[in-house]
Structures are given as structure tokens and as C-alpha cells.
Design a protein around this ligand. Structure first.
Ligand SMILES: Nc1ncnc2c1ncn2[C@@H]1O[C@H](COP(=O)(O)OP(=O)(O)OP(=O)(O)O)[C@@H](O)[C@H]1O
Length: 227
């Protein structure tokens, strides 16, 4: 469960200050599928980054399970991210000089797991996303949808309880986007993985069980149906 209480975030100071989030409060239960949506610049990515402990809140509290992440240091937050969270980004964020399985294995290597075990588990994760036969290819040898599958394999390799995805279909055509969302939905159904997806795409948002709409850094809608 993620709990957010009256969180605010301002970038810059004085005249140049941008209030990206204003007193945002919400709770995300285990196993929920949530879309964060709203116009450009409304604070979607900022909210995702704060929830995942990638950026510091200026004010308010964020709990990830029993951990009050707004009080933890970077190292403690990094541990929580590695053990409980997976990340998927619009532009994949794969390492170009590593193969698909090596990219998928990175979070385990970072957690100190042996290369042998990391490789076995990376192969399993690639199988799960339908890419077992491409394990030895480099990102430049894969399509956008295939690279996003590698990124999802990397996200699920630590068996996270939550996946944060920032515009995961933003660089994909609509059929491929459909398949990638289908894959994330499958992970939610099979493993109960919570999904939190930032998206501009109403078709993606409508597939989530809950839609949170932001405007000017505030929540203006939180419920089951799109506005
Ligand atoms: N590092 C930063 N420094 C200064 N301002 C920032 C920074 N990051 C975001 N902002 C500002 O904070 C506001 C919210 O940005 P954010 O990226 O969260 O919006 P968004 O809803 O994700 O936008 P988009 O849909 O265009 O990606 C915007 O006005 C943005 O310009």
C-alpha cells in the first residue's frame, strides 16, 4: 500500500518557482491499477517520482507499506526500490552495450545476486514477456515494442509489488501499445502487482481500474471513470 498525505513540490525559487504539486493526498491499495493523467505540465511525472522516492517532497508524508520514505536517506530508499519496485519509462532506458538478458538482470546484479543466478532469472523474466528467443540481442537489434518488453522484464525481475510506468506506450504504435498494456495487465492479474501508469492516452487510462486526473498540481478527479 502507498499512502500520500498532503505532499507538495516546488521547483526553483522566487519568481522562477513552479508549484508542481499542491497538497496531494491519496492511497493506492495493493493490486490496484491506476492511471495518472492530465494536461502537459500538470505534475504527473513529479507525482510518480515522489511516490517512487526518486525525488524529494518539499512537504508532506509518503509511505510505502510500513516505510515512511519521506524520512529515509537515499541508500534506504534505493533498497526499497530494488526489493519492491519496478520501473518502466517511455524511452526504455536500456543500456545499449548490454544484451537483453544483461539489461533485464541489472537490478539483481545491483542487489548483489551472483551472475549465474541473475542470468537464470533474467531468462525467466524474458520468457514471461515473450522474448526468450531474443535474449542475446542488443537494444539496437530490437523493435520499440521488444525493447519495452526487455524493460518490463527488468522491472519484474525482482518480483516487485508495484510497477511505476511513465508513458510506457508513448513511443509505440497503437497495436504495440495495446500489447504492452496487455502484458502489464497480465502481470497485475497473475501476481497482484500494483500498476501505476502515467499516460496521456485515454485508451490506456480507460483500461486501468482507477483514474487520477491532475490539473495545476492538484487532484481534480479520482475514480473509476475518465472525465
Ligand atoms: N527539474 C525541474 N525543474 C524545474 N521545473 C520542473 C522540473 N521538473 C518539472 N518541472 C515543472 O513542474 C511542472 C510539472 O512537471 P511534470 O513533468 O511533473 O508534468 P507532467 O504532467 O508530467 O508533464 P508532461 O505530460 O508534459 O510530461 C511543470 O511546470 C514543469 O515545467
Amino acid at each position: 500500500m502507498i499512502r500520500v498525505s498532503e505532499v507538495s513540490k516546488t521547483y526553483g525559487k522566487g519568481e522562477a518557482a513552479t508549484r508542481a504539486l499542491r497538497d496531494v493526498s491519496l492511497t493506492i491499495a495493493k493490486g490496484e491499477t491506476v492511471a495518472i493523467t492530465g494536461p502537459s505540465g500538470c505534475g504527473k511525472t513529479t507525482l510518480l517520482h515522489l511516490l517512487a522516492g526518486l525525488e524529494e517532497a518539499e512537504k508532506g508524508e509518503i509511505w510505502a507499506g510500513e516505510a515512511l520514505i519521506t524520512q529515509l536517506d537515499d541508500q534506504e530508499i534505493a533498497k526499497i526500490r530494488l526489493s519492491r519496485m519496478g520501473f518502466v519509462f517511455q524511452t526504455y532506458h536500456l543500456v545499449p552495450v548490454l544484451t537483453a538478458w544483461e539489461n533485464a538482470a541489472l537490478p539483481l546484479i545491483a542487489s548483489g545476486v551472483s551472475t549465474k543466478e541473475a542470468r537464470t532469472r533474467a531468462m525467466e523474466a524474458l520468457k514471461e514477456v515473450g522474448l526468450a528467443d531474443k535474449a542475446h540481442r542488443y537494444p539496437s537489434q530490437l523493435s520499440g515494442g521488444q525493447n519495452q518488453r526487455v524493460a518490463i522484464a527488468r522491472a519484474i525481475i525482482g518480483k516487485p509489488s508495484i510497477i511505476w510506468a511513465d508513458e510506457p506506450t508513448g513511443a509505440l504504435d497503437s497495436d504495440t501499445a495495446d500489447q504492452i498494456i496487455g502484458l502489464l495487465e497480465m502481470l497485475n492479474r497473475h501476481y497482484g502487482t500494483t500498476l501505476v501508469i502515467v499516460t496521456h492516452d485515454p485508451k490506456v487510462a480507460d483500461r486501468m481500474s482507477r483514474i487520477i486526473r491532475l490539473q495545476n498540481g492538484r487532484i481534480v478527479h479520482d475514480g473509476g471513470a475518465a472525465l
